[in-house]
Design a protein around this ligand. Structure first.
Ligand SMILES: Cc1cc2nc3c(=O)[nH]c(=O)nc-3n(C[C@H](O)[C@H](O)[C@H](O)COP(=O)(O)OP(=O)(O)OC[C@H]3O[C@@H](n4cnc5c(N)ncnc54)[C@H](O)[C@@H]3O)c2cc1C
Length: 434
């Protein structure tokens, strides 16, 4: 129902079918708001939702129509902290019936003995994590903001240009319909437009990082072994393989390989692929049957030189990207979104200028080092495990031994992976919002 309302709202934003709206657009081509968000992916809409009760007016610009945006065929490992944040934002109750919840995490060095098994008692939570389909997460967020008077959508529209001055930012929108090409003026611009952020580029923010020479192949499959509540991370010398349990005896695999091998695995026939998958999952899931296309994504590490400057902030993949091992990228983005929302809301209530560097630096200080730590951890995991050099083998086997046998190491690793180690946003501690 709520998604239908959102679709109606978005189609209204096209302005083409309504003469009144079209003439309004001709006379007033500039829309003024407090915060303009470029990019209505999961991170951008999480930010809009987190600002909904702040008293700030929000404009959100998204290139894809809602149906196309939610159709992305991917599931993410959603951390315990992200689930609490989404609960505080009032969307987890809609998402939860569609996720796979796991209460065990199994880490192993390929097929070598000595796998680490994390269990619920290690963390004292109801679950250790979740596997959430992109469509379930994004549609629940879209529906949650659909009726918000304080949020205006521009969709489908792309940010063609972002000009930043001392008082604010002006976005020039490009849209399929000429009547919908307008300017959005905001006191603060937040780039949530993904890894190839146009806003970041037009603001001249440089990035550092590297490509891994690896690609991830992702697909969903059914398995013969009984429904499991275990997430696997199996580290092969060719690259890590993450397997996330979905409802109904299904799993999603995120399998890292050198580029050429990933392309081969994508192109090979389904039988050869499932045989390889059965072997690399160690037979733990029994016979496997493919349920979706195999998609391939090159992987990279990227860190923006700065997350903030006067009138501009970067969140999610626009600010940083990490290797998919451990399923951290989106979880970091969700934390960025609620962190900046908390900073902006507090500043607004104190009467501060939300676009000032002084205010934005609070977000930078909160998020930068935690993101750097996770980028470093995922890079280190990928390098030490995608490797047959003996010292690297010794280091990783000792690491796994410590996670198995040394309780503080075990708790530390699990808390880090589930997001519970860093500073927690207030929204993660509130009772679910309506
Ligand atoms: C193979 C793989 C597996 C992964 N698995 C996990 C996992 O298990 N767990 C996890 O936490 N993370 C995972 N990640 C990382 C995760 O996919 C990203 O971190 C996350 O999708 C980033 O979200 P975002 O909203 O910042 O960016 P995006 O999802 O890229 O969204 C950006 C949005 O901005 C819009 N946009 C772009 N340019 C413009 C423009 N100029 N104007 C208007 N709109 C624009 C786009 O249409 C899009 O909707 C994985 C990544 C890969 C590659």
């Amino acid at each position: 129902m709520a998604t239908d309302r959102l679709r109606t709202l978005l189609s209204c934003m096209l302005l083409t079918s309504s003469p009144d709206r079209a003439s309004a657009a001709k006379t007033s081509t500039q829309y003024d708001c407090d915060v303009a968000i470029a990019g209505g992916g999961i991170v951008g809409v999480t930010l809009a939702r987190a600002l909904q009760a702040s008293g700030l007016r929000v404009g959100i610009v998204e290139a894809q129509v809602p149906d196309a945006a939610i159709a992305r065929d991917r599931s993410y490992a959603v951390s315990v902290l992200s689930s609490r944040i989404l609960d505080g934002l009032g969307v987890w109750k809609t998402v939860f019936p569609r996720v796979g919840a796991f209460s065990r995490i199994h880490l192993s060095d390929a097929d070598a003995p000595g796998a680490v098994e994390f269990e619920l008692r290690d963390l004292g939570t109801d679950y250790l994590g979740f596997a959430g389909p992109h469509g379930a997460l994004l549609s629940a967020l879209q529906a949650a903001v659909a009726d918000a008077d304080s949020i205006t959508w521009f969709c489908p529209a792309t940010v063609a240009d972002a000009a930043i001055d001392a008082q604010g930012a002006t976005l020039t929108l490009n849209a399929p319909d000429e009547n919908n090409r307008r300017e959005v003026r905001a006191r603060l611009l937040v780039a949530a437009d993904g890894a190839r952020s146009r806003v970041r580029a037009s603001a001249g923010v440089r990035t550092r990082g590297w490509k891994y020479g690896q690609s991830c192949i992702t697909t969903t499959f059914a398995h013969a072994a009984p429904a499991n509540d275990t997430a696997f991370e199996r580290f092969w010398p060719t690259g890590p393989m993450g397997v996330l349990p979905l409802p109904g005896n299904r799993c999603q695999v995120v399998w890292t390989n050198p580029h050429a091998r990933a392309q081969e695995l994508q192109a090979t026939d389904a039988n050869t692929f499932t045989t390889a998958l059965e072997r690399y999952t160690g037979g733990l899931l029994g016979r496997i049957e493919l349920l979706s296309d195999r998609l391939v994504f090159p992987v990279q590490l990227l860190q923006s030189d700065r997350y903030v400057q006067p009138r501009l902030a970067l969140v999610g993949d626009a600010a940083h990207c990490c290797h998919p091992v451990g399923g951290q990228g989106l979880n970091l983005g969700i934390r960025d979104a609620v962190a900046i929302a908390e900073v902006l809301t507090a500043a607004h209530h104190r009467g501060e200028d939300i676009g000032s560097l002084r205010v934005l630096q609070r977000y930078d200080r909160w998020r930068r080092w935690e993101n750097v730590a996770i980028l470093g951890l995922t890079d280190m995991l990928n390098r030490t495990f995608s490797n047959e050099w003996l010292p690297a083998v010794a280091v990783r086997r000792s690491g796994l031994w410590a996670m198995r046998r040394v309780p503080p190491v075990r708790r530390f690793s699990l808390s880090l992976m589930t997001g519970l180690l860093g500073r927690q946003p207030e929204v993660a501690h509130v009772t679910a919002r309506a």
